[in-house]
Design a protein around this ligand. Structure first.
Ligand code: PAF
Length: 279
C-alpha cells in the first residue's frame, strides 16, 4: 500500500492513475478503523483502486466535543488497511483545514436531526469532503448508512457539484448484539456496550409494529421514545422521515426511515432503520 501525506502528492498520483485508465474508489475516514470501515473498503475494491483517507477533521467538532480525545491509531490502521489490500492511504500529517475560508452548507439538512444538536458539524463534514473530492476526484465514494444524514447530504452535494462522482451507500455493520459499529463505541464500558444493543432492538421493534399495520408516525415515535426512556437512554431525537430526509412523516409509508440519536452514560449513539412492509 502506498502512503501519501501531502495533498499535492495525492493529486499527482490520481492524475497518473487516471492516465493509466484506472477508476478511483474513495473511502474517507477519521481512522481507528473497524469492521464498518472494512465493509466500505471491500465494497470500494470491487469498483476500482481504493484510496482511503484518514483525517480527524477539526472543522466537524463543536466546542466541548471530543476532537482532542477522538481515538487515533495510525499504526493499527495502516496494518488493518494492508490486510484489506487497500491501494493508497492518504494521511495528512498536518492540519489541512486550518486555512479554510470558504465553507459548504446545506441550510435545510444541516439544521435538522443531528444538526440541531451539533451546530456546525455538517458544515465541517461537507467542507472537508469537498476539499478531498477536489484533490482526489474519484469516480466512486463510499459512505456508511449508519450516518444516514451525512450520506444524504454528501449525495446532494455531489449532485450539485460533482455529478461525475457516484456516491455508494454501504449497509451498517453491527456487532453480534446489534450495536452499530462506531469508533466512538470505545467510549462505552463493557456493561454499557452490552446495554447499548437495546437501542437497535427498540428501533427494530418499532419497525415490526409498522410491518404489522401501525402507520401513525406519532404512535410509532411515541412507542420508540417510551421504550428508549424505559431502557435508560437519554433522547436527542426520534423521527420518522421520507428516505431523502425532505420532510417528517405523519402517515408512515413503506420505505420511510426511523432515525434516532440517544445518549448512554454520556456517550452519543446514532442509528436508524428503514420501515418496510414485508406482507
Ligand atoms: O464519517 C466520518 O468518518 C466523517 O464524518 C468523514 C466522512 C470521514 C468526514 O470527516
Amino acid at each position: 500500500m502506498k502512503i501519501v501525506n501531502k495533498i499535492e502528492e495525492i493529486k499527482a498520483l490520481n492524475k497518473e492513475l487516471k492516465k493509466a485508465g484506472e477508476k478511483i474508489s474513495f473511502i474517507p475516514t477519521m481512522g481507528k478503523l473497524h469492521e464498518g470501515h472494512a465493509a466500505l473498503i471491500k465494497e470500494a475494491l470491487k469498483y476500482g483502486k481504493a484510496i482511503v483517507s484518514i483525517y480527524v477533521n477539526p472543522l466537524q467538532f463543536g466546542k466541548g466535543e471530543d476532537y482532542d480525545t477522538y481515538p487515533r491509531d495510525n499504526d493499527g490502521d495502516i496494518k488493518f488497511l494492508e490486510e484489506l489490500k487497500a491501494d493508497i492511504l492518504f494521511i495528512p500529517l498536518e492540519n489541512i483545514t486550518a486555512e479554510t475560508a470558504t465553507f459548504v452548507v446545506n441550510p435545510y439538512l444541516s439544521n435538522i436531526l443531528c444538526g440541531l444538536f451539533r451546530p456546525g458539524h455538517f458544515q465541517g463534514v461537507l467542507t472537508i469532503i469537498m476539499k478531498l473530492f477536489s484533490a482526489i476526484n474519484p469516480s466512486f465514494a463510499f459512505f456508511g448508512l449508519k450516518d444516514y444524514q451525512q450520506y444524504i447530504m454528501i449525495k446532494k452535494m455531489a449532485e450539485d457539484y460533482y455529478p461525475d462522482i457516484k456516491i455508494v451507500p454501504v449497509p451498517t455493520v453491527r456487532d453480534t448484539g446489534g450495536l452499530a459499529l462506531s469508533s466512538r463505541n470505545l467510549y462505552l464500558n463493557e456493561k454499557d456496550r452490552k446495554h447499548a444493543c437495546n437501542f437497535y432492538k427498540i428501533l427494530s421493534n418499532t419497525a415490526s409494529l409498522f410491518n404489522s399495520g401501525e402507520i401513525s408516525a406519532e404512535k410509532l415515535t411515541l412507542f420508540t421514545t417510551l421504550e428508549l426512556i424505559k431502557n435508560g437512554f437519554h433522547i436527542d431525537y426520534v423521527k420518522i422521515m421520507d428516505k431523502e430526509l425532505a420532510y417528517e412523516k405523519k402517515a408512515t409509508e413503506n420505505g420511510d426511515i426511523l432515525l434516532s440519536a440517544v445518549r448512554l452514560s454520556g456517550v452519543r449513539l446514532i442509528d436508524n432503520i428503514f420501515l418496510v412492509r414485508t406482507e
